[in-house]
Each structure stands twice: as structure tokens, then as C-alpha cells.
Design a protein. Structure first.
Length: 294
């Protein structure tokens, strides 16, 4: 059985989480157009008859503006070091910039195979793609260069086939029935956070977090209660909206994702609270990953 760990690394919004979901054919990582959506290390477990590949989604590496940004960068660097293969994702619709080059220089110090994943190829012409591939070849001796569309699924299976060639025989790290290392409640809470980021754009800071407070099942319906925790009182008005309109929209969209994920009808309740009014500050900090720098 071929086994190993593969890290997805790149700048924000290059499509790492979208690619992870497509590789697994399950949505376990939230996605949005807001930079820095991913802030936790999420493992996606791919299983087939002859391999188990643990793909690791990491926060986008960026110029940090605060402690949370610094911590997210450090998480990404750490996961690039402790894996068998690194997938370096770039967005082919944008020029290779200082941020991409900064990441590449970091990766050059790693003694492991680095694959260049050219994402969003469905958005450029073929001649432009060939020119881009030739330009990237001059930057570094990548073990593999694979053009994909993470959103549409184009060439995604090529990544799995190619990764297998570089892995060695080993024991399974997870059960063949597992698809991720994170809990069901974590995924449900993240679905709510995704909708908040999508609908409020830059109005709500990344310090918002969501935590499932209650989960119960009946014959035909699942009850889920989620606390939305924010750090400032003025953010509460934005999330709730006029007469509760924004919170209702967030709940409607999140509930739809939950029902698809759980395969049952969902009754979702959401409550917006400030951290000073919330009973478990430690849990809030842990979710943000800030417990180690508080």
C-alpha cells in the first residue's frame, strides 16, 4: 500500500481548499473569495485500493498584518517541512509576483519533491498556458508541473496518479473509511463561517469564529445550534443585519450545505455573541489558533 503526506502550499485564493475538496470528492474545507479563509490545518484522506494519501490544506502564505496572520504563515511553513511531497499552487491568471517568489525561496530549502500546480487553467488560452509553463521551468527544477482547474476538476486525477509514483510502501495512517482528521462539528461550524465571509466580505474581520454548541438527531431531522463569536460589539450588527436579514441568509445557505453533508434535513439555530459575553474564551482562542500567542 502506497502511503504518504502531501502538503498544499501557496498564496491566499490560489485554490488550495477547492483542490482538496475536489481530490476527495467531499467538501471538508470551506472556500471563499476572501483572502485568509483557511486558518486551520485540515487533512483530507484519500483512499483507493492501493494507496492512502493524506492531503494537507494550509493557510495561504501572505504578508501578515497581525499575530493571527503570522501564526497562519507559521502553520503553513511547518506543514511544508513535515510531509513527503509539497504541492505549490499558483494562480495562472495572475503574474508570478513577490509573494509567489517568497514562497518558492522557502521551498527551495526543503529536501523533498516539489510539484508546481498551475491552477485555474480553464480561465486562460492554451498558448498562454504553454508560455506560462515554459516561464516556470526556468524558476526551479520542479519534479512535476501539473496544470489543473480545481474548480472544474480538470486534471485533478493526474495529481493523484503522479503523487503515487513518489510514495513508498507503508502502513495505513487512518481507517479506509476516514476522509478527514477534523470533527463533524468543526466542519459544520466552518460552513457557517464560510457564509459569513461570503456575505459580509471585508466588513467582518477574520477573528470571527463559529462553534457548534449542540447537535442532536431525531428520525427525520438533525438539530444544530451554532454560536458565532466576534471580538467587537459593532460587528454583531453587521452579522445580524436589518431585522435579522443577514443572519437569516447566513443560516439558510449554511443549512443547505449541512443537509448535503449530513444527508438529512437540518434545523439550524445561530446566535451571535461577543467574546466577553461568551463563557469559554479558551475554546475561542483555540479555534483561532491564538491560544499559543495570547
Amino acid at each position: 500500500m502506497k502511503t504518504g503526506f502531501v502538503s498544499l502550499v501557496g498564496r491566499p485564493n490560489v485554490g488550495k481548499s477547492t483542490l482538496l475538496n475536489n481530490l476527495l470528492e467531499h467538501k471538508i474545507a470551506i472556500t471563499s473569495k476572501v483572502s485568509g479563509t483557511t486558518r486551520n490545518i485540515i487533512e483530507g484522506i484519500y483512499n483507493d485500493k492501493d494507496s492512502q494519501i493524506i492531503f494537507i490544506d494550509t493557510p495561504g502564505i501572505h504578508k501578515p498584518q497581525n499575530k493571527l496572520g503570522t501564526l497562519m504563515n507559521n502553520k503553513a511553513y511547518m506543514m511544508a517541512e513535515d510531509v513527503d511531497i509539497v504541492l505549490f499552487l499558483v494562480d495562472v491568471t495572475k503574474e508570478f509576483g513577490k509573494g509567489d517568489n517568497f514562497i518558492l525561496e522557502k521551498l527551495k530549502d526543503l529536501n523533498k519533491p516539489i510539484f508546481l500546480i498551475l491552477n485555474k487553467v480553464d480561465m486562460i488560452k492554451k498558448d498562454k498556458l504553454l508560455e506560462t509553463i515554459n516561464n516556470y521551468k526556468d524558476l526551479y527544477d520542479f519534479k512535476e508541473i501539473i496544470p489543473v482547474s480545481a474548480l472544474k476538476g480538470d486534471n485533478v486525477l493526474d495529481i493523484i496518479t503522479t503523487v503515487k509514483k513518489y510514495l513508498t510502501e507503508g502502513d495505513l495512517y487512518y481507517s479506509v473509511n476516514d476522509i478527514t482528521n477534523v470533527s463533524r462539528d468543526f466542519i459544520l461550524a466552518e460552513m457557517v463561517r464560510e457564509k459569513i465571509l461570503e456575505l459580509t466580505k471585508d466588513e467582518v474581520p477574520h477573528s470571527v469564529t463559529c462553534i457548534v454548541q449542540n447537535y442532536s438527531e431525531e428520525d427525520n431531522i438533525i438539530h444544530v445550534m451554532v454560536d458565532i463569536i466576534i471580538d467587537r460589539e459593532n460587528i454583531k450588527k453587521i452579522i445580524i443585519g436589518h431585522n435579522g436579514s443577514m443572519l437569516k441568509q447566513i443560516g439558510t445557505l449554511a443549512r443547505s450545505d449541512m443537509e448535503e453533508f449530513l444527508g438529512k434535513k437540518v434545523y439550524l439555530e445561530t446566535f451571535v455573541k461577543t467574546i466577553k459575553d461568551w463563557k469559554d474564551k479558551e475554546k475561542y482562542l483555540n479555534d483561532l489558533g491564538l491560544n499559543e500567542i495570547k
